[in-house]
Design a protein around this ligand. Structure first.
Ligand SMILES: C[S@@+](CC[C@H](N)C(=O)[O-])C[C@H]1O[C@@H](n2cnc3c(N)ncnc32)[C@H](O)[C@@H]1O
Length: 179
């Protein structure tokens, strides 16, 4: 796979995601790690031609962000469902871990994927490997917080050499597919 993309980083992460979603044509994207659907709701509201797959297990995990309690996950899931209902047909929930749910997508079917789930170096690598074939040529991917201090994983460099922004949002744009 060719990673010949332009790497950018900036603050105010949801605006940064939004500006990469065109307004003038149908776009299909994935948000991996949704929690209450705050970002999903903002994107869906601002981009009426966007169909967004909202992917999250909403389950207690050892390493995941949602390691607080299952009750908290359940509340977050209900809130995400409300967001999904508000944008009926365009905000599509898939409940399950990234690595399982990814198999439901056809190759080269997505305009973008955005990773905001488990932020460790290893998991982000796994997610990129899993989701990259699902991107259309010219699509983009990105995420948040690849340098993760919460789990004791401090990587000052990443193999794609993405530099962290103020809020540690990163992007790869114009991903080329293999020749
Ligand atoms: C930081 S929150 C997401 C916030 C959301 N993107 C936003 O901006 O509003 C991280 C989420 O990742 C989810 N998560 C944890 N493990 C996951 C996995 N294997 N696949 C997908 N999501 C996962 C957690 O349940 C949690 O909801």
């Amino acid at each position: 796979m060719n990673y010949n993309g332009r790497i950018t980083n900036r603050s105010c992460y949801w605006h940064e995601v939004l500006k990469r979603i065109p307004e003038d044509r149908p776009i299909v994207g994935v948000e991996v790690g949704v929690w209450e659907g705050n970002l999903s709701g903002k994107l869906l509201a601002a981009r009426p031609l966007l169909t967004l797959w909202m992917i999250d297990p909403w389950q207690l995990t050892k390493t995941g962000w949602a390691s607080r309690s299952q009750a908290a996950c359940d509340v977050a899931y209900r809130r995400a469902c409300e967001v999904s209902k508000r944008y009926r047909g365009r905000g599509r929930i898939l409940r399950g871990p990234s690595q399982e749910v990814v198999t439901e997508f056809a190759d080269e079917s997505l305009d973008f994927f955005y990773l905001d789930a488990i932020h460790t170096f290893e998991e982000i690598n796994r997610d990129i490997e899993a989701w990259l074939p699902k991107l259309k040529p010219g699509g983009w991917y990105g995420g948040r917080d690849f340098v993760d201090r919460w789990y004791g994983v401090e990587r000052e460099t990443y193999r794609i050499n993405a530099a962290a922004g103020v809020d540690r949002t990163w992007f790869i744009e114009s991903v080329l597919q293999p020749a």
